[in-house]
Design a protein around this ligand. Sequence first.
Ligand code: PMP
Length: 400
Amino acid sequence: SWAHIPQGPPDAILGVTEAFKKDSHPKKMNLGVGAYRDDAGKPYVLNAVQKAEKKIVEDKLNKEYLPITGLPSFTKEAATLAYGADSEPLQEGRIAITQSISGTGGLRIAGEFLSRFYPHNKKIYLPIPTWGNHNAVFKSSGLETEQYRYFKKSTNGLDFEGFLEDIQNAPRNSIFMIHACAHNPTGVDPTPAQWDELSKVIKGRGHFPLFDMAYQGFASGDTNHDAYAIRKFVADGHRIALTQSFAKNMGLYGERVGTFSIISESLKEKAAIESQIKLIIRPMYSNPPINGARIVSYVLSDPALYKEWLGEVKLMADRIITMRNKLKYHLVEDFGSKYSWDHITNQIGMFCYSGLNPEQVDRLIKEYHVYLTKDGRISIAGISSSNVKYLAEAIHEVTR
Ligand code: PMP
């Protein structure tokens, strides 16, 4: 019998969508889910992706198994997108890389790899707060999760001093998991000058940086700009590890396309690392799915599709920035809110960490049919021109 099995808790983020679906109010809004919506509130399949899919069908490719580490043309293009074509370790062929089941799968491979082979300890430092799944993924991989300060409630911005202190105070050679851009859930990123300082201090303590890049291009609309931290750390000589996701920036959520990569010192070291990555993946899922990787590979390797994709990334990022501006404008100018809502426009990427407390969130849900997570995180992608003023009014009413 399975009677001894306790009921597990529902997922904090997916639970919001379930509650939203049950609500029949015409003005209901779902600001929980981290998926892009167009200005009509509909999921958006990128034109570049649709064209790549059409080409894939026309090319009549077979459906044979991929190698354990995935589609080589995909991993090559993905690495170039993240590290930059002029990256030294990339040009020298020193980056070990594998395709992964999107960002989450990349993080899980990272966790398994570090748990087996990181020579110093099993501690991984995560920002407070962080994406809810990070803790679970790394614990499931056998790592011990620790925390570092990241967000300052009083300013709704970066706790730079706290971050630096925690880097200094962590035992030498600790693993630091860092959001490369568009930090989830806060939307708060270090400035380039702050990244420079972080790189220096992390290096000084001998820490190992693992970057999670789930939003390249989504933060600023510029894929190079959003890769600043990665490229700066690499240029400073950190041999980083990196996970990538193509869920958001190519709208390939359900296709599950991502990577895990790690910079090695030599070609020999790279070969050994890749052999171990294969030993991690083979008993988990054998080899990754082919379709999403093909789509990304087609988009990134075809100059016309690539250009169209960059335009669409910018379009998505710009719509989000417009919604931030409108939300703040309505709150301050139309409803005369006495609070500073500058953080709505200072924060970047998919989310706004609004500063709303759990009681206020409860009122938004019950009285205004506006659904979001208890921590006050608003998915800006869920706002549109037609409901941004309604949202501003609701927020104003529960905070006045
Ligand atoms: N890391 C962060 C910070 C995220 O926000 C997400 C998506 N919510 C992921 C990783 C992984 O997403 P996916 O597995 O869909 O690529």
